[in-house]
Design a protein around this ligand. Structure first.
Ligand code: SF4
Length: 198
C-alpha cells in the first residue's frame, strides 16, 4: 500500500486523504499543547500528566500506569514527575506495602496550573460545536472505532472504553449492564470512570 505522504496517491484516494487529515489534526493538538508548555515553562508531557492527575482515580496515578497511558517509557514519566515535584506542582505518597512504589497527587499549585492549561484543545472543541448533530454522530462513530482498532493493534496501549469493558453487552442492541442503559453510538465512552477491563 502506498504512503499517504505520496501526494499523487493521497489526492486520488479517500482512505489516504482521511489518514493525512487526521495526521494534520494530531499536529494541531501538538502545536496547541506546545504553546501552553512554552507559556508556563513546562514540557508537553508534564502538562498532560497534571491534567490526567486531576481527572482520574488514585489507582491510576502511578509511574507505571502513566507510562502506559501516555505511551512512553517509565523513565520518561519518572523524569517528568521529578521535574513537577521540584516545581511543587505534585507530591508523592509512598506505597506502604511496596516502598519502591509511590502514587502521585496534585498540590494546590498543581491544581491552579491545570486550570491555566487544560483548555489548550478548546479551539478545536469550539469548531466541533458548530458542526451539525448528524455529522458529529458520524465523526464520533469513526473516532471511537478507530481508537478501539488502534488499541487492538497495540498502537494505543490503554483504553477505558465501552468496547473493552466487562459491563459492555454487544449484539443487536448494545448495553451497559452497570448503568443499565442502551449504548447508542453517541453514548460510547472512551474514558469511563466506571470502566472495568474485560
Ligand atoms: S461502565 Fe462505562 S465503559 Fe463500561 S460499558 Fe458502561 S459506560 Fe461503557
Amino acid at each position: 500500500m502506498s504512503s499517504f505522504f505520496d501526494l499523487e496517491f493521497q489526492n486520488n484516494n479517500i482512505d489516504a486523504k482521511i489518514a493525512a487529515g487526521l495526521e494534520r489534526l494530531s499536529n494541531a493538538f501538538r502545536v496547541m499543547l506546545w504553546e501552553q508548555a512554552k507559556e508556563h515553562t513546562l514540557s508537553p508531557i508534564q502538562i498532560q500528566i497534571l491534567i490526567f492527575l486531576k481527572y482520574h482515580d488514585q489507582k491510576f496515578l502511578t509511574v507505571s500506569y502513566l507510562a502506559k497511558e501516555m505511551n512512553v517509557t517509565k523513565p520518561t514519566i519518572s523524569d517528568a514527575v521529578k521535574a513537577l515535584d521540584q516545581k511543587s506542582l505534585i507530591k508523592k505518597s509512598n506505597d506502604l506495602e511496596d516502598t519502591r512504589s509511590y502514587s502521585i497527587q496534585l498540590t494546590s499549585s498543581g491544581k491552579k496550573m491545570v486550570e491555566k492549561t487544560e483548555s489548550y484543545g478548546l479551539p478545536l472543541q469550539q469548531l466541533i460545536s458548530k458542526m451539525k448533530g448528524s455529522n458529529k454522530e458520524v465523526v464520533w462513530e469513526m473516532v471511537s472505532s478507530l481508537i478501539h482498532e488502534l488499541n487492538k493493534s497495540n498502537i494505543i496501549s490503554v483504553q477505558r472504553t465501552c468496547f473493552n469493558c466487562s459491563f459492555y453487552k454487544g449484539g443487536t442492541a448494545n448495553r451497559c449492564t452497570l448503568l443499565d442503559l442502551p449504548l447508542k453510538p453517541l453514548d460510547i465512552r472512551i474514558d469511563c470512570p466506571e470502566f472495568i477491563a474485560l
